[in-house]
Design a protein around this ligand. Structure first.
Ligand code: F6P
Length: 527
């Protein structure tokens, strides 16, 4: 039996027939308390979901679905360390990375080592091969070993320590690493090789290039230990790469790559903002963990976000969703959430090996406001598709300036969510003096569902809250769709094919096993 066969799902399907034709204008007109009814406050955060196309019954039925899917039971299994990542036989324990006194011993040991390492870099005690202190850190990693620290370093630019520049290299394309190396000084550069498996083609290719670049300047192999540290679960492969054991910060197979910012993978962030502020990030996430685990369902932020996604995806037919942070500092959040959400829940095979049978993770995309307004918002307003939007805004700017920057930013955020919800009728366009010939073009259908999340400010603590909020949302969605959110088999086939194609593109081997299109492209590339 799939979730779509459950009584709770069928009740929602019947209810959707009633709600679907309703316009947000009507829903707001019918209920003067709508904002109070459909908003939640938690530890400084405000989640306004009154502009979602729901009524009180929708919410009650969605919560009944969460009960039917046993979200509470799955939480307990995750906490108890059961191997809920069943296809890999692994527990899912990223919350242990930010636990307080109850953190596992191995977590505490690595945390202390990371803390000491950060101090030695910041104090200048750690020296390069020529005796100079480190001025530049290059994180080499991809996916979960890149997106989290990269996004967070950008997000916390206002909290960065001076005198240490942090760079990120992910793409195997030489155009990523080459221009960076060209402007760095090997005597003062530290490479952080971040790879859970230490087998990832992109990361190892870039790491080898970085090592060759360093050795060309240093002239001796021993310089590697002053300029390379690794973060991995695979201590044998880090050793084979030539990184001494003391320079390796371990994490564990129970940390999923896209949930790993809180582990040693966060090192480049900790170097950017200092250990104390990194701990504040952990503290924010820990507070969200407590809320997620303890708050009743109706007040639970992550569960609410997940239920709204199911509603929009499976009952209102939205196949995409936009993440729209009105914060330049959060401009990489959409890319981060793309991996978190789509690599976790972009699946159709359920926990029992059956087809889920309903639409799962929407295609996630987005851009910092206001930039997106001058690009793709046209389509959200008048393109005829249902596109749920997450607006994220900061009450206080992280870069306050005179001249009205922040008020303009926030005004645009509120303007967009209102315009998307309520639109503009032909009569309103006429009343505003629009010439008759243009009236059809000035009609905005509205009824576009959105949620607005207000943060008091952007700092390590609130960023921790925000990211943990989305992590737990992803967990709840996996439970609701009966998916394992913690594997990613869908990335494997392309990796295997690429390893077979590389020698062909380098000029050797037999291409007859490939299709005509691939053979044609190989020939064109070789010619
Ligand atoms: O290809 C997908 C993936 O396995 C992600 O899940 C992961 O975050 C990324 O590659 C990087 O993997 P690693 O940290 O092992 O290099």
């Amino acid at each position: 039996m799939t979730i779509a066969d459950s009584a709770a799902w069928r009740a929602l399907a019947a209810h959707a027939e009633v709600v679907r034709p309703a316009h947000l204008r009507q829903l707001f007109a019918a209920d003067g308390q709508r904002f109070e009814r459909f908003s939640l406050r938690q530890d400084g955060l405000l989640l306004d979901f009154s502009k979602q196309r729901i009524d009180a019954e929708t919410l009650a039925l969605l919560h009944a679905l969460a009960d039917a899917a046993d979200v509470e039971g799955w939480k307990r299994k995750m906490l108890a360390g059961e191997p809920i990542n069943h296809t890999e036989g692994r527990a899912v324990r990223h919350m242990a990375l930010r636990a307080d006194e109850r953190e596992p011993l191995e977590v505490r040991v690595v945390r202390e080592r990371l803390h000491n390492f950060c101090e030695s870099i910041h104090s200048g005690k750690w020296r390069g091969f020529a005796g100079e202190h480190i001025t530049d850190v290059v994180n080499i990693g991809i996916g979960g070993s890149d997106l989290g620290p990269r996004m967070a370093v950008r997000a916390l630019a206002g909290h960065q320590l001076p005198d240490l520049k942090i760079h990120f290299v992910a793409n195997v394309d030489g155009a990523d690493i080459a221009p960076l190396l060209a402007r760095l000084n090997p005597r003062t550069t530290l490479f952080v090789i971040a790879s859970k498996t230490f087998t990832t083609l992109e990361t190892l290719t870039n790491a080898r290039t970085a090592r060759a670049w360093l050795l060309a300047a240093a002239g001796r192999e021993s310089a590697v230990c002053q300029h390379f540290v690794a973060i991995s679960t695979n201590l044998e492969l880090t050793r084979q790469f030539g990184i001494p054991h003391n320079n390796v910060f371990e994490f564990w197979d129970w940390v999923g790559g896209r949930f790993s910012l809180w582990s040693a993978i966060g090192l480049s962030l900790a170097l950017a903002i200092g250990w104390h502020q990194f701990e504040q990030l952990l503290g924010g996430a820990r507070a969200m963990d407590r809320h997620f685990l303890d708050a009743r369902a109706a007040a639970n932020l992550p569960l609410t976000l997940a239920l709204l996604t199911v509603w929009n995806t499976d009952f209102l037919g939205a196949s995409t969703a936009a993440v729209l942070p009105y914060s330049q500092s959060l401009s990489l959040l959409p890319a981060y959430l793309q991996q978190l959400e789509m690599e976790s829940n972009g699946k159709q095979t359920d926990r029992d090996g059956e087809t889920v049978g309903v639409a799962t993770c929407p295609v996630l995309w987005g851009e910092a406001g206001t930039n997106g307004q001058h690009s793709f918002y046209q389509l959200i307003h008048q393109g005829g598709r249902t596109i749920p939007c997450d607006f994220i805004a900061l009450r206080d700017s992280d870069f306050p300036l005179p001249g009205g920057h922040h008020a303009a930013l926030l005004a645009n955020c509120l303007a967009q969510s209102a315009a998307l919800a309520f639109g503009q009728t032909a009569a309103e366009a006429r009343a505003a003096g629009v010439p008759e010939a243009l009236v059809p073009y000035k009609v905005f259908p509205g009824n576009q569902p959105s949620t607005t999340l207000l943060l008091p400010a952007l700092n390590p603590y609130t960023l921790g809250q925000l990211l943990a909020l989305y992590e737990h949302k992803v967990f709840c969605l996996g439970v609701l769709w009966n998916l394992n959110s913690f594997d990613q088999w869908g990335v494997e086939l392309g990796k295997q094919l690429a390893s077979r194609l590389t020698p062909l593109l380098e000029g050797s081997g037999d291409d007859t096993a490939f299709d005509a299109s691939t053979r044609g492209l190989i020939a064109a590339l070789r010619s």
